[in-house]
Design a protein around this ligand. Structure first.
Ligand code: AHR
Length: 596
């Protein structure tokens, strides 16, 4: 993973070892009393903020911190927020590689016109867009869930194997589109190897079920010598694909899902299917569907029923969480969306623990946030209503377009800040959340957009994901955050600031991810990482910092102006006690890479 981070194109403001943001000098040993002026002015004396809620251990005041006279205050406000890692803080857990997963579904132009476009000038010998592959690698995606989503619940994986000219064209009931089956599991396997990503496969529990899942498993992972494995070999893939993680269906609680089930029906189906799949391959990691969202009427009852029944054979429960500004009560509420995710995690983890107790078990079922991100779902709801209205005119009135423009949300700066904040939450809970897939990857609610026959570009949401995926290594810490509060309608008063720290002992380097969720106020933040192992002796060197913010939180990147929003270098001020400070404007996200 470390190699990967150094090999990716340096397009998000990498300044090299000492490039990028203002660099904290070598003399910053973490012991000096003074604020060390670097390139930027002043560390203002810290005024003790009111005590706020936070995680971890509060440290004493900043005695001994004296602002250098050379440092005339410029734009920085008095510090009103602190992020502190104290020596007593234990890491939450190791950062799972699968935390930086994504999702490719056969919907809209995610596959056709996204990752696959054989007529595109950038297409390679397999029809995959090279420009998109480059961006996927730059994004740092580690694992990709495939092929759905709602799509999988009426999909026959056998339609997508063998010679393309023999593959059937089908109607997809989930998204009301025509599926040409030009891409299937073999093609996706080839694409994943080029992208350098693991595959997480979902099986159809809507129109198919256990028998089909077992055949697919044999086709994908079987050693040559049995019928389905030999079909794979005949199709040009001699080695087993080695797919370890399998989702047993998708959102089976949702009334929109083809073949949706009651909690009891699904509990029965997933228990039997997981049992059989593990008889075929005991080392699999199996994901049971959780609720489609924390706002479903059967939420909790679903988790309790399913997890208690299937406990023995499953390893993960899925969680899906989408947010968008119009779906929230206010912009401030939207910016605080991670509060909803925190409650969601706590509730599902409690259900998993209850299931463990009920089974007298000793393993913890982990959470797989295998769909998360920003989705303007009201736009889709309108589109869906339109084709339903067309269909109601009589028989044969329904459109079945190929690769239609669906769910092509163009993201704002605020959306990127929300996604940055959600990533912080996932990392802070990585003891329980052991896998996550930001939904989706290309064109469809995606960080990467690709025009038919034209260029591909990065959405605003690309940047916070890429920074975490490329640089969050080792273990995660939930630092103590002392923050001004903001008022929300849905969650009451919450901290404006949130942060996570990752630390890689091998390279003795780390990453701070921080967000200011305040819709109106900038906050000046003092960061003290002296609790990291060895930090007091060696001092913390800031290598590079990037920030996302814009005066207009609704600014976006478009095909015409793809670089309208990009991260910039914030001014990071070194403080002589090994800490540093930075101003975080209202609605902003920041990443700071540091080393000892
Ligand atoms: O990602 C879009 C859709 O959201 C998925 O197909 C489905 O699982 C969820 O409802």
């Amino acid at each position: 993973m470390d190699e990967a981070t150094t090999n990716v194109p340096q397009t998000i403001g990498d300044g090299g070892e000492n490039g990028g943001a203002h660099v904290v000098g070598e003399r910053e040993t973490g012991r000096g009393p003074a604020c060390e002026p670097v390139h930027e002015p002043t560390c203002e004396p810290t005024r003790e903020p009111e005590h706020r809620t936070g995680h971890g251990t509060a440290r004493g005041g900043d005695a001994g911190f004296v602002p250098s006279p050379a440092d005339t205050p410029v734009a920085s406000a008095p510090e009103d927020g602190r992020i502190v890692l104290s020596p007593a803080d234990a890491p939450v857990a190791d950062v799972p590689a699968r935390m930086f997963g994504s999702f490719v579904e056969h919907v809209g132009r995610c596959v056709y016109g996204g990752i696959y476009e054989p007529d595109h000038p950038e297409a390679d010998e397999d029809g995959f867009r090279r420009d998109v592959l480059d961006l996927v690698r730059e994004l740092g995606v580690t694992c990709v869930r495939y092929p759905g989503g709602n799509f999988v619940s009426n999909y026959d994986w056998k339609d997508g194997i063998g010679p393309r000219e023999n593959r059937p064209v089908r109607r997809d009931l989930a998204w009301h589109q025509t599926e040409t089956n030009e891409m299937g599991i073999d093609d996706f396997h080839r694409w994943s190897r080029k992208a350098g990503t693991e595959i997480m496969l979902a099986v159809n529990m809507g129109t198919r079920g256990m028998a089909d899942a077992l055949e697919e498993l044999e086709y994908v992972n079987g050693a040559p010598g049995t019928a389905w494995a030999d079909r794979r070999v005949a199709n040009g893939i001699p080695e087993p694909m080695g797919v370890s993680m399998w989702c047993i269906g998708n959102e089976m609680d949702g009334p929109w899902q083809v073949g949706h089930m009651s909690p009891e029906e699904y509990a029965d189906a997933v228990e039997k299917t997981a049992h059989a799949m593990k008889l075929a391959e005991s080392g699999l990691e199996l994901v049971a569907c959780g609720s489609s969202s924390a706002h479903m009427p059967t939420f909790v009852r679903w988790e309790r029923t399913v997890l208690t029944r299937a406990y023995e054979h499953i390893d993960f429960v899925s969680c899906h969480a989408y947010y968008y500004e119009r779906g929230a009560r206010s912009m401030q509420d939207y910016l605080a969306s991670s509060e909803d995710m925190i409650r969601f995690i706590a509730t599902v983890a409690a259900c998993a623990d209850d299931a463990r107790e009920a089974n007298h078990g000793d393993k913890d079922i982990a959470l797989s946030f295998d769909e998360w991100g920003v989705w303007y779902s009201d736009v889709w709801n309108r589109q869906e209503a339109q084709w339903k209205a067309a269909a109601s005119q009589g028989l044969h009135c329904e459109p079945w377009p190929k690769a239609p423009h669906l769910l092509e949300d163009i993201y704002t700066v605020a959306d990127a800040v929300v996604e940055g904040s959600l990533m912080i939450t996932l990392l802070k809970h990585c003891d329980r959340v052991r896998s996550a897939s930001r939904a989706q990857l290309v064109n469809v609610i995606a960080p990467i957009m690709a025009q038919e026959g034209g260029p591909a570009w990065r959405q605003t949401t690309f940047y916070p994901f890429a920074e975490a995926a490329r640089h969050a290594r080792g273990v995660a810490y939930a630092p103590y955050v002392e923050s001004p509060r903001v008022r929300t309608e849905a969650f009451g008063e919450v901290d404006a600031l949130d942060a996570v720290v990752t630390w890689d002992e091998k390279s003795r380097s780390g990453l701070l991810l921080c967000v200011n969720r305040d819709v109106a106020q900038a906050h000046a933040v003092r960061v003290d990482l002296s609790g990291l192992p060895g930090a007091l002796d060696e001092g913390v060197r800031v290598r590079r910092a990037v920030m996302l913010h814009d005066e207009d939180p609704h600014r976006r990147n478009t095909a015409e102006r793809p670089m309208e929003v990009t991260p910039f270098e914030p001014s990071v001020r070194a403080c002589g006690d090994g800490s540093f400070a930075c101003d975080m404007p209202a609605v902003s996200w920041m990443a700071v890479e540091f080393a000892l």
